[in-house]
Design a protein around this ligand. Sequence first.
Ligand SMILES: [Zn+2]
Length: 394
Amino acid sequence: GMIHISSGNEKVILLCFCTESPSPTETDEEDEDIFNKILKVNKDSSQFLQEGDIVPRRSRSAINCRQCNWPQSSDGIVRIPYELDPAYEESHVKGIHDAMAEFEALTCINFVKRKAERDYLSIRSADGCWSNYGRVGGGQTVSVMKGGCMWKGVIQHELEHALGFLHEHSRSDRDKHVKIMWEYISPPDRPDFKKFENSNNLDLPYDYSSVMHYGPYTFSNTTGKATIVPIPDRSVHIGQRQGMSNLDVAKINKLYNCSRCSTILDGPSGSLRSANYPRNYSDNTNCVWLIRTRSRKVSLHFQAFQLQITKGCQGDYVKVYDGSSKSSPVLMDKTCGSKIPNGIVASSNLMLVEFTTDGAQTASGFQATFTAGKKEKLRNYVCYFAVSTNIKQS
Ligand SMILES: [Zn+2]
């Protein structure tokens, strides 16, 4: 804008320019692939690592890691004891707990504080982001360094190694899905792209968006040249930013025989409905939907709602949590009947919807839509003022 101020023979012109400056959020960092973050930190690590972040095993043959799975209790839950580095501050502990909570909500893996168990994870802020592959026996370190590894996807990546998962592009069938561009990989880095001929692929599809996939430029020796190219469609996005994918969850549930009904909804908007809707849902089901938008507050709106009515909704119910686990604060407590619930807004980009049914009487169920919510004003304006004076000659 321009403002003229005149007084007598003096004329002052005030000029004001406003430009949008980059927002101070970590947008660029958020956009970075999980694996790039890991490698950036591990560059300075003194730990000897294979494939960028895996501690080599004493016996290298155990790639089909059946003996190194964690044991399952008779109730179907796989409890993995862990200890946390006392050096972590409250925010770090929260970050690690949040990453663990998604395993608990979506799979039968529960991370539990160690009491006296022999085998456990010692989660420490060592030098880098790295882990062993599978259960090793005794206390095994998962390194989640305070500066650099404190991202949900990075923590989940390292925990998945400890659960017995390799990098996705190490699968025996990877050559059908990606082309490794050996010419852009320096000879010392080439073993990191090793393919494991007898990997356990669990009869589940190759997953370009696995939290366990390298990014396209991982270990590239030439700026702008990808080392992993999806085939046949080069434009498929590979690597991950947000956390576990639906296939990551499916693979954990299959490897550990978890009977879980769980879905991640990670689009900017979308919908969810009970199974068979609008026909009746089944008895004795328990499904969860983790809504994980990229940013902003998730809001949920029900379009249809028809559930068996019981006292206190102890039979069939929908319950909604403000976060990614059943230990998160409750946004909507157990709800049943046929009144359409009001819209719900979460305090963050995460919301968990639980649908549980008992063995008696079904109904048509529910249908709801979610959106990422209103865009918050994140723009910063920087203003410059210029003053010019002009004294008139009289
Ligand atoms: Zn890794």
